[in-house]
Write a protein that binds this ligand. Structure first.
Ligand SMILES: Cc1ncc(COP(=O)(O)O)c(C=O)c1O
Length: 389
């Protein structure tokens, strides 16, 4: 079956964050929205069909998560990521951000240090500070446009008493898919210092060929023992509004603690539609996902080529995710000026690099999960605005 990712879909007036919050976020509705991480593509037809079938039953009472919820995820990670897991390692979470917060509560105490590697997805910060824990930064380093982990500094920070590390794997916003060697080094440092790793792998299905995702926990049983893995169909199949994700936790003690918080907050039930969508996506999603990734690759190539020509914006080609990290430092503007330039001169609404913390100064993050025509309009707007500088 062929899927049409060129189809424009009018999302305005559907209570969608990306379009309907533009005025609040950018001060104007007149921007092409290329910020929050969802896609302008329709969710896959087999997911919509599964939801329709469930809706046809017309009773939406209390629900349980049936066996296929667990088996479809188990088979998916085996097929897509060569990781064999047991179904009883899977825990439900209503989202990955809630899961990060639950991990903070479950495994750390007030005042404890949690390592993050900025520039990084901004809710990582709140998942630490909102609970009175201490942020420990191991800032990524940039080597000629490639973002890497500063292992020397990580070793030092880890030895200073941190309890946990949030790993963004693949990394949003810099688009890195960490290599086995990089992950083994991180895990070795954490193991030596009794640090738990929360590996946020929400973007794992969005690794762009020829790169391949390796789940951290599949590297060895010892690594699995100190790792909790976050997985979800939400980014992959554009289902974020269904609030359904999973944790894979092979260490029974850690799993028990995670589940006890989910139970105590009475959020383990989830919702009927999230369960049905997750099962349909993980059961039937391979072909759709492969076509979608091909489409994203075309968009990546387009943006990289067009923006490189400007000499003022240096796009960082992503190894994963549908985000492109744009180095705008040659434009010589501070964050406020850059933001205003893109909103008011180019009419494009992107995420400011600084929302991702230290290292984000002079950068913007562009979400390219949209029809190529939309992307072309945005890039034309940016190029025309640059000519007038
Ligand atoms: C690294 C990362 N983790 C988590 C999320 C969001 O997770 P959820 O919507 O399940 O809370 C995002 C969304 O962009 C993300 O980039």
């Amino acid at each position: 079956m062929t899927y049409n990712f060129d189809e424009p879909v009018d999302r305005q007036g559907t209570s969608c964050v990306k379009y309907d919050s533009r005025k609040d976020v950018f001060g104007t509705d007149s921007v092409i929205p290329m910020w929050v991480a969802d896609m302008d593509f329709k969710s896959p037809p087999f997911v919509i069909e599964a939801l329709r079938q469930r809706l046809d039953h017309e009773i939406l009472g209390y629900t349980i998560r049936r066996e296929e919820y667990f088996s479809s995820l188990r088979k998916w990670v085996e097929r897509r990521h060569s990781w064999e897991i047991n179904e009883d390692w899977i825990s439900f979470s209503p989202g990955i951000v809630p899961a990060l917060n639950i991990c903070t509560l479950a495994y750390t105490d007030r005042g404890d240090g949690i390592i993050i590697q900025p520039p990084v997805y901004f809710p990582f910060y709140n998942a630490v500070t909102d609970h009175g824990r201490r942020l420990v930064y191991n800032q990524l380093i940039e080597n000629d446009g490639k973002w890497e982990i500063d292992f020397g500094k990580l070793k030092k920070k880890a030895s200073e008493g941190a309890r946990m590390l949030f790993l963004c794997n693949p990394h949003n916003p810099v688009g890195r898919s960490w290599t086995k060697h990089e992950m083994e080094t991180i895990a070795g440092i954490c193991a030596d210092n009794n640090i738990l790793i929360i590996s946020d792998e929400i973007h794992s299905d969005l690794v762009l060929p020829p790169y391949r995702h390796t789940p951290l926990a599949c590297l060895s049983p010892d690594i699995a023992d100190i790792t909790l893995t976050c997985m979800a169909p939400s980014k992959t199949f554009n289902l974020a509004g269904l609030s359904t994700s999973s944790m894979i936790i092979s260490n029974p003690e850690l799993k028990k603690k995670f589940d006890s918080i989910i139970e105590s907050l009475h959020i383990s039930g989830g919702n009927i539609f999230g369960t049905e969508a997750s099962i349909a996506a993980y059961t039937h999603g391979d072909e759709w996902l492969d076509s979608m990734l091909d489409y994203i690759n075309i968009n990546v190539e387009y943006v990289v080529k067009e923006l490189q020509e400007t000499k003022l914006i240096r796009p960082v080609p992503p190894e994963a995710t549908y985000m492109i990290w744009l180095d705008c430092r040659e434009m010589g503007m501070d964050t406020g000026e850059l933001n205003k330039f893109f909103i008011y001169k180019a009419g494009v609404g992107m995420s400011k690099g600084t929302v991702f913390g230290p290292g984000g100064e002079g950068f913007m993050r562009m979400n390219i999960a949209c029809p190529l025509d939309t992307l072309k309009r945005a890039i034309d707007n940016i190029k025309n605005a640059l000519l007038k500088l």
